[in-house]
Design a protein around this ligand. Structure first.
Ligand SMILES: Nc1nc2c(ncn2[C@@H]2O[C@H](COP(=O)(O)OP(=O)(O)OP(=O)(O)O)[C@@H](O)[C@H]2O)c(=O)[nH]1
Length: 615
């Protein structure tokens, strides 16, 4: 079982971890803020309303910078830790973890210097908080955030936007539903004009999380009192108002001890004719206890939802880290392994495209089934085998003496001329398949999740794959052109032997004039015979070209797309490998951020686990 104090201690530790990792609410919103999920108490009020005095009397020490103008220019997260009676008081800054301050004057100087470190000596403000822990037997466990005082006008040396800037910053703290607002108003001013109440009313209309604090009760005009406010009649809040009497400026100048001031405050209420009946519920000590108690209750109630936020964030971050991939290993062996792994993943996807596991491979079949037959059909054989052309080619081939029986040379020339036309569709099929393969490489690279983080390796793989595809294309072209050449280098003898013997079988009419043999019918027959032969070759090529293309390009791409690349890879040194694994800087940055966040959430989870609280 733990005491309530450990709950505030728990939140204190998580808050410190948040600040170390740059999570103090607001800022970049790509991560859910743990800070914002934690309950905190923010002190707000107009300038000179007595904020610093209230904080100091809660602590029982002088330690805040004083001066004219805006002194508090960065939020001060003040974590109070109660220590055993008699132990020495000391303070510690998060930004100076090794130094213990026992001199509170030095604490004041450090706050000032640390403020200037971020804002410069200008009068600018900054939302980056300063964390100060005070360990003392005279405090209660409590965390308070001191914010710049709300002002109405910019004074000499301040930027014009200061009024708005301060309000925006203060608002960014108090508008969070987990923020408890300590709204400070001076009693010697009309409560209706209080900056603190005005802001609190805006961000917390029901007054659930606002604690009204009325300072300077001792400075009210004689004969007047603040009972209407303190008893909730002027402005109603869910929590009771607390009246405070801080040290006057004269007391501060005289260095009146804070402990003495607390005693005087107690006496003031105890003996006050106006407030005597409220004495036990007035004063800074009471306020500190009230806040501490309330904060503990709020934390207790919030722990389950904080835990679930933490667990959810851890899950999300871990899955994002998996997605981003683990950081690159440092030794060359592991780097080579990573490169090979990624290449294999790419090859697997590329093969899936070809084998039908992913779309795109069917387009190769489309080339064979549509494109090639259509191109073959379109070849200009009609023109080549027109009567006129047949007559011309045959006559030319005969030379000075016309052929006697079959125009052997004429046939050969006509066939060779026709077969030459097949080169075009054959090469076009090779190119078409090449482009399909190239497109599949591009697609597969895009689909290889493991490659996403390595733009250089992506380019290297693309270059190697495309270079291999070019080689396969060259080889394939040579092969299909060879198929065509083979057709013209040796004609199918059988085909011609089976042709009806035109002269001998001429319709059984041996009397037909000899001139007929060289007439239209004769050349038409030659044309039609050549056309049948070419048609037969076309059928053959329609089957053999796809075989050659698949053999030279598709099968090769499946088997050895990256073979050369792997050989080159084996010769590379660590430095070159690392260059290949050069990651996108944005991604590296994101991974680093995720890792930091994960560390924060895990630390927070451990903190919560280590505190078992009573329910
Ligand atoms: N008599 C008397 N004087 C007070 C009381 N509270 C604050 N003062 C005086 O009012 C002046 C302003 O008080 P601070 O505590 O510095 O007020 P603040 O709101 O922190 O001021 P800034 O940080 O400048 O915005 C100081 O001179 C205090 O001594 C009080 O309850 N009684």
């Amino acid at each position: 079982m733990t005491t309530m104090e450990s709950l505030i201690g728990l939140v204190n530790r998580i808050q410190r971890a948040c600040t170390v990792l740059g999570d103090y609410g607001g800022g970049d919103n790509t991560f859910s803020s743990l800070w914002e999920a934690l309950p905190s108490v923010a002190v707000v009020g107009g300038q000179s309303s007595g904020k610093s005095s209230v904080l100091e009397s809660i602590v029982g020490r002088d330690f805040l910078p004083r001066g004219s103008g805006i002194v508090t220019r960065r939020p001060l997260v003040l974590q109070l830790h109660k220590t055993d009676e008699g132990s020495q008081e000391y303070a510690e800054f998060l930004h100076l973890p090794k130094r213990r301050f026992t001199d509170f004057g030095a604490v004041r100087n450090e706050i000032q210097e640390e403020t200037d470190r971020i804002t410069g000596k200008t009068k600018q403000i900054s939302p980056v908080p300063i964390h100060l822990s005070i360990y003392s037997p005279n405090v209660v466990n409590l965390t308070l955030i001191d914010l710049p005082g709300l002002t109405k006008v910019a004074v000499e040396g301040q930027p014009e936007t200061i009024v708005e800037d301060i309000e925006t910053m203060v608002r960014s703290y108090v508008e969070k539903p987990n923020c408890i607002i300590l709204a400070i108003s001076p009693a010697n001013q009309d409560i209706a004009t209080s900056d603190a109440i005005k802001l609190a009313r805006e961000v917390d209309p029901p007054g659930d999380r606002t604690f009204g604090v009325l300072t300077k009760l001792d400075l009210m005009d004689k004969g007047t009192n603040a009972l209407d406010v303190l008893e909730g009649r002027s402005y109603r809040l869910q929590h009771p108002w607390v009246g405070i009497v801080n040290r006057s400026q004269a007391d501060i100048n005289k260095n009146v001890d804070m402990i003495v001031a607390r005693r005087k405050e107690r006496e003031y209420f105890a003996t006050s004719p106006d407030y005597g009946h409220l004495a036990s519920k007035m004063g800074s000590e009471y306020l500190a206890k009230l806040l501490s108690q309330h904060l503990e209750n709020v934390i207790r109630a919030r722990i389950p939802s904080i835990t679930s936020l933490i667990n959810k964030s851890i899950d999300e971050l871990e899955s994002e880290m998996d997605h981003l991939g683990r950081p690159i290993a440092l030794d060359a062996g592991a780097q080579l392994y990573t490169v090979l792994e990624v290449c294999r993943a790419f090859e697997r996807i590329f093969k899936e495209h070809l084998d039908g596991g992913r779309p795109g491979g069917d387009r190769i079949y489309g080339v064979f089934d549509n494109q090639l037959p259509a191109a073959l059909k379109k070849l200009p054989f009609d023109r080549h085998l027109s009567l006129q052309n047949v007559r011309r080619v045959v006559s030319e081939a005969d030379g000075y003496q016309p052929h006697l029986i079959a125009p052997e040379q004429g046939y050969r020339r006509l066939i060779e001329g026709a077969l030459n036309y097949f080169r075009g569709p054959a090469e076009a099929s090779v190119d078409a398949v090449h482009f399909v393969l190239k497109e599949l490489v591009r697609k597969s690279i895009g689909e290889t999740q493991e490659l996403k983080r390595f733009p250089t390796l992506q380019a290297d793989i693309a270059a190697a794959a495309n270079e291999a595809l070019e080689r396969f294309r060259d080889e394939s072209k040579k092969t299909v052109v060879r198929l065509v050449d083979m057709e013209s280098s040796y004609l199918t003898v059988d085909f011609f032997r089976k042709l009806p013997q035109e002269v001998e079988n001429k319709g059984g009419n041996p009397q037909a004039p000899v001139t007929d043999r060289y007439g239209e019918g004769h050349f038409r027959r030659i044309g039609s015979n050549v056309s049948s032969y070419v048609g037969m070759v076309s059928d053959t090529l329609r089957n053999t070209i796809p075989k050659a293309v698949v053999f030279c390009q598709v099968k090769e791409a499946k088997q050895s797309l990256l073979t050369r690349f792997y050989t080159q890879l084996g010769k590379k040194e660590g430095k070159q490998l690392l260059q290949m694994l050069d990651e996108d800087p944005a991604l590296m940055e994101r991974r680093q951020q995720c890792a930091k966040r994960l560390e924060l959430y895990k630390a927070a989870r451990d903190e919560i686990d280590s505190v078992s609280w009573t329910r």
